[in-house]
Design a protein around this ligand. Structure first.
Ligand code: CAA
Length: 254
């Protein structure tokens, strides 16, 4: 599937989304959110078990499209923000894991996109940042909420107030990035990690994402309750096969 802003490719149980406006460092415009919605609609009907998102050229995404935003009124800007928030929320709620393979600049909306993914694998040359304050703005696609969850209040305010970019190494120290690779090995590494996830029980992977995501906005008792229920459910699903396979010293047949 090819659109003006994205390229989508299915490889067996994986879906690879490549942001594809390298001339403007994959800046995120309204069309991008519409196109991403189209891909998620298609994947809902015919799912894959993992999504990998990356960027073409030297950026993952250098933020919301400033040229498009510059002409917006207050009301249009609020709608743009809501549009972006809802599509990124949908990505975060996608039932299977989403890996961001961060190839270069992940700034502003680009950093917000990678934070809506479940796991971030970064090229050693990637740069992360929320430079909105340098434009006299604040983030509009969720960073005021997600960045705090990823790196804590101090680091979030450190990045959001200064607008400074940080290296992949610094991002990893803060907890934003899970792995760093050489630039030419990024996609190989992302596929390898996707392959590791694909050997886990598909229902277990779905359920662990569900419990972690839902519990982030619920109370501790509600989180424990959800965990126990989903844990129990697996004893009528693939958990029986997984444990049996272990005891019989063979690979599980999911
Ligand atoms: N929107 C629109 N166009 C962008 C863009 C953006 N966010 N980022 C880069 N571009 C365009 C540039 O205008 C340039 O276009 P031209 O060739 O037509 O001049 C092209 O992409 C290449 O960019 P540069 O020449 O600037 O490349 P560089 O290597 O010198 O610098 C950079 C790279 C440091 C990332 C720089 O492009 C930059 O600072 N970009 C803007 C980053 C930013 O402020 N992002 C936050 C946006 S606001 C936001 O995201 C709000 C939100 O949450 C909703």
């Amino acid at each position: 599937m090819q659109s003006d802003t994205l390229h989508f490719e299915r490889q067996d149980e994986k879906g690879i989304i490549t942001l594809n406006r390298p001339d403007v460092l994959n800046a995120l415009n309204n069309q991008f959110f519409t196109d991403l919605t189209g891909i998620l609609d298609a994947l809902e009907k015919d799912p894959v078990r993992i999504i990998i998102i990356t960027g073409s050229g030297k950026a993952f995404a250098a933020g919301a499209d400033i040229a498009e935003m510059a002409g917006m009124t207050r009301v249009q800007a609020r709608e743009f923000s809501r549009h972006g928030q809802s599509v990124f929320q949908r990505l975060e709620d996608w039932e299977y894991p989403v890996i961001a393979a961060v190839n270069g600049y992940a700034l502003g909306g680009g950093c917000e996109l990678c934070m809506a993914c479940d796991i971030r694998i970064a090229s050693a040359v990637a740069k992360f940042g929320q430079p909105e304050a340098k434009l006299g703005l604040i983030p509009g696609f969720g960073a005021t909420q997600r960045l705090v969850q990823h790196v804590g209040f101090g680091n979030a305010l450190y990045m959001l107030t200064s607008g400074r970019n940080i290296s992949a190494e610094e991002a990893q120290r803060m907890g934003l990035v899970q792995e760093i690779t050489e630039p030419d090995q990024l996609m190989e590494r992302a596929h390898k990690f996707a392959g590791e996830i694909l050997t886990s029980g598909p229902e277990a992977v779905k359920k662990v994402k569900l419990v972690i995501r839902k519990s982030a906005s619920s109370s501790l008792p509600a989180g424990y309750e959800l965990e126990s229920n989903q844990f129990g459910a697996l004893f009528e699903e693939e958990g029986t096969e997984g444990m049996k396979a272990f005891l019989e010293k063979r690979k599980p047949a999911w």
